[in-house]
Design a protein around this ligand. Structure first.
Ligand code: SME
Length: 148
């Protein structure tokens, strides 16, 4: 059975494809993708950190201000980058080394953005509720970032 969340993601995926069709500028694409996800689900924070040398640097986002730089292997974002995989965090207090940009954030998902077999950025989404993200989010968000 297709859940409401899956249906929403399916539509979002099509909209993202249409929106970024032919656009090659990564920052422009990230800006609109962050806005589309954020507007659709009303998460607390939705945005990108871009790989710049040995650090992640804050990229386009929607939501409150956030930390600007995250070292390789640090926090959920730096760990997803280091381990080259998506990370779903049901309760941020249980994730050792979680970087709290806001005390309102309770759960989180981080998905690497790949280009030519390299991670060029991570998509980070925070929720002010516990247990917001699951496998459905992971699968669809991974799919969405392949549109880049
Ligand atoms: N919580 C993230 C830091 C980024 S903010 O949530 C926007 C982390 O632990 O990597």
């Amino acid at each position: 059975m297709t859940t409401d969340k899956e249906k929403t993601y399916e539509l979002l995926y099509k909209q993202v494809q249409a929106l970024i069709d032919g656009e090659k500028d990564e920052v422009a694409v990230m800006a609109n993708v962050a806005a589309m996800i954020h507007e659709t689900f009303h998460f607390w924070w939705t945005g990108f950190y871009r790989v710049m040398g040995q650090e992640l640097v804050l990229g386009p986002f929607q939501g409150p201000i956030a930390c600007t730089r995250i070292a390789y292997g640090r926090g959920v974002c730096g760990t997803a980058w280091q381990e080259k995989r998506s990370i779903v965090v049901p309760d941020v207090e249980q994730f050792k080394g979680h970087i709290a940009c806001s005390s309102a954030s309770k759960s989180e998902i981080v998905v690497p953005v790949w280009k030519n077999d390299e991670i060029v950025a991570v998509l980070d989404i925070d929720s002010e509720k516990l247990n917001t993200f699951d496998e459905t989010d992971r699968i669809w968000l991974e799919k969405i970032v392949t549109c880049f």
